[in-house]
Design a protein around this ligand. Structure first.
Ligand code: PHE
Length: 344
């Protein structure tokens, strides 16, 4: 009895070894017979209980080798057939056809808007100056006429580096003004794009990180009128040729006089209404004449030179341009959000 089942397994094993499926159909028949859910090896496993103890192990191994042989043969033939069919299709490929399109990456909406602004200022002679995001207290605050205990430090609370009260994440790109003025002699005409940080609660409208472009122009006899004309040029390039601007008096420790610039988006559509809180005017930047004290702090003679500076927030323009309602989506890097800018 026992020998009979041994022989049966041997027969199956030989059958497996002897089979040579040549087509996909034949291979499928092979699979069903030896590996399918009702394969012919399965019932043989059930015979183990009828085998005497001293031959159980031997039987188990034999039957297992049949199963492994079937699996190996299947994989081997399958691979051969696949190769063959690939070979056939390679012959059929038309090499003159255009390739499959490769999905392109996309620029981040902040980069798109930032590059556009850089481009606009480059056309009138501003060059790009970039500098560090981890700043020291002097360049971010003190040089910019915001000494310790100045209330303006409260408005720009930031993140300090561990074990250091003097190293911080810059709160504005104005720190690059100080960096540039201490390193270069006037005339200076730069823009400084980059990321800035503030210790603020994250919400749909504000974030602890965002981007700015700083502008700085220092020369002899630079006037407020020069600044206004430059900013009007910027607004019209960026928001449309008919765009109106207005300068509202404001306060910054490092400029005197200071202003905030709004551009007129109008109230024609719901989006502009919402974005401008029903006024039609969107605030886009802070600006002013560089305070003589700042020039002196950076080693520039304020009797000889004057200048203006401005700082543009980038997120707000990006949100306006692309109808983004929540600033958080700008920093989440959700691929579904980013893909929308592929062709931009
Ligand atoms: N640094 C100011 C801010 O972050 C903007 C600004 C820059 C204002 C330059 C005037 C001149 O709010």
């Amino acid at each position: 009895m026992a020998q009979e089942v041994f022989d049966q397994v041997q027969l199956v094993l030989r059958e497996i070894e002897g089979s040579q499926p040549r087509t996909e159909d034949e291979l499928e028949q092979f699979r069903i017979r030896f590996l399918g859910s009702k394969n012919i090896i399965k019932p043989l496993f059930g015979e183990i209980k009828n085998i005497s103890n001293d031959r159980k192990k031997e039987f188990g191994q034999l039957i297992n080798s049949a199963k492994v042989a079937a699996e190996n043969k299947y994989l081997e033939i399958n691979e051969k057939l696949e190769e063959a069919s690939l070979g056939r299709s390679v012959e059929a490929i038309d090499l003159t056809k255009p390739g499959f399109p490769i999905q392109r990456g996309s620029r981040h909406p902040v980069s798109i808007v930032m590059n556009e602004m850089i481009e606009i200022f480059s056309r009138i002679g501003f060059t790009v100056a970039e500098d560090r995001e981890i700043e020291d207290d002097w360049h971010n605050f003190t040089a910019m006429n915001t000494p310790e205990d100045h209330p303006a430090r409260d408005m720009q609370d930031t993140f300090y580096l561990k074990n250091s009260v003097t190293r911080l994440l810059r709160t504005h790109t104005s720190s690059v003004q100080a960096r540039t003025m201490t390193a270069q002699k006037p005339p200076i005409r730069i823009i400084a794009p980059g990321r800035v940080y503030r210790n603020e609660t994250i919400s749909a409208r504000s974030h602890c990180q965002f981007h700015q472009i700083e502008g700085l122009y220092i020369d002899k006899e630079v006037s407020f009128a020069d600044m206004k004309q430059t900013l009007l040029y910027f607004a019209r390039e960026m928001y449309g040729v008919e765009t109106d601007i207005r300068l509202r008096p404001s306060y910054f420790p490092f400029t005197e006089p200071s202003a905030e610039m709004d551009v007129y988006l109008g109230l024609a559509d719901e989006r502009s209404k919402k974005l401008t809180k029903g006024t039609g005017w969107l605030e886009v930047l802070g600006c002013g004449m560089v305070d003589p004290q700042v020039l002196e702090n950076c080693g520039i003679d304020s009797e000889v030179y004057t200048g203006y500076a401005f700082g543009i927030g980038i997120e707000r323009s990006a949100m306006q341009r692309y109808n983004i309602s929540d600033i958080r989506s700008i920093f989440e890097n959700d691929i579904r959000f980013l893909r929308q800018f592929v062709s931009a």
